[in-house]
Design a protein around this ligand. Structure first.
Ligand code: NDP
Length: 257
């Protein structure tokens, strides 16, 4: 029997109820991890937990608004009690609500910075405290975006929050190497999820044009991102920290018409 590369590791995945986070949670469980599946309400993550358990994996659903420090602390305590101290944190929860600059509200700005960026500080701090106390090292993977490096009109709050996630990755990596904790960022290109379907339905994203501009001529799948997470979380990436991996079908590399 082959040993699964993340056998018995405790993984904490935010935004695990659907889309990219759901794909990551399932892939981590397939690799042998026990997965805490986080969504705004525990009930939203029941479906992914059932899917994992049906395949013989171990998972539990927890409700937590990742931008609320008290809720984050309580959820990490509950995960430690029920599953054990966290070895792998995936900061995936996020929102994208484009608004033109001249109409952008303070609420829009604050919600992106809180849910997409402040949550990375709060969850990383809570997770790395557990990793340091347990003494086994650990791994934090932040889900950024290629728009943290590439400017898209009408998305100032979203792009800025994702640029913050990428730089937080570097600062956390250099500060926490002494605890044997690696911190990396995966920056997806356009991935077909409810977030993208909703933006397209609202006329805020042109799916055809995006596919044409992408050298691989398609949007990514949640499995494309989940596969990168398994690599970064695994022993093959043991000397990798403070890095951002773009998984975008060549979108960022492309510089022609
Ligand atoms: P979805 O909108 O499909 O899913 C978002 C997830 O985040 C849900 O599980 C949702 O939980 C959770 N969530 C939202 N707000 C909060 C909150 N305040 N507290 C806790 N959980 C919350 O998004 P995607 O799967 O498309 O995106 C996942 C991540 O990937 C995001 O960070 C996004 O920015 C990033 N990304 C996505 C790209 C894409 O093309 N799809 C491209 C680049 C980056 P609930 O069910 O409870 O609402």
């Amino acid at each position: 029997m082959t040993t699964k590369i993340l056998n018995g590791k405790i993984a904490f995945v935010t935004g695990a109820s659907r889309g990219i986070g759901k794909g990551i949670a399932i892939a981590l469980a397939n690799a042998g991890a026990h997965v805490a599946c986080i969504a705004t309400r525990a009930g939203n993550a029941n479906d992914v937990v059932t899917t994992i358990q049906a395949k013989g994996g171990k998972a539990m659903a927890f409700g937590c608004k990742v931008e609320e420090g008290g809720a984050v602390a309580a959820t990490f305590a509950a995960v430690k009690e029920h599953l054990g101290p966290v070895d792998i944190l995936v900061n995936n929860a996020g929102i994208s609500k484009p608004q033109p600059l001249l109409e952008m509200t303070e609420e829009n700005w604050n919600s992106h910075m809180d849910i997409n960026a402040k949550s990375v500080f709060l969850c990383s701090q809570a997770a790395i405290r557990q990793m340091k106390d347990a003494g086994n090292g650990g791994c934090v993977i932040n889900i950024g975006s290629i728009v943290g490096q590439n400017a898209i009109p009408q998305t100032l709050s979203y792009c800025t929050s994702k640029a913050a996630v990428e730089h937080m990755t570097r600062v956390l990596a250099v500060e926490c190497a002494k605890y044997n904790v690696r911190v990396n960022c995966i920056a997806p290109g356009y991935i077909r999820t409810e977030m993208i379907e909703q933006l397209a339905a609202d006329g805020k994203l042109a799916a055809d044009a995006i596919e044409k501009r992408t050298p691989q001529r398609r949007m990514g799948s949640v499995e494309d991102i989940a596969a990168a997470v398994i690599f970064v979380a695994g022993p093959g990436a043991g000397f990798m920290t403070g890095e951002t991996l773009n998984i975008d079908g060549g979108w960022t590399a492309y510089g022609y018409l």
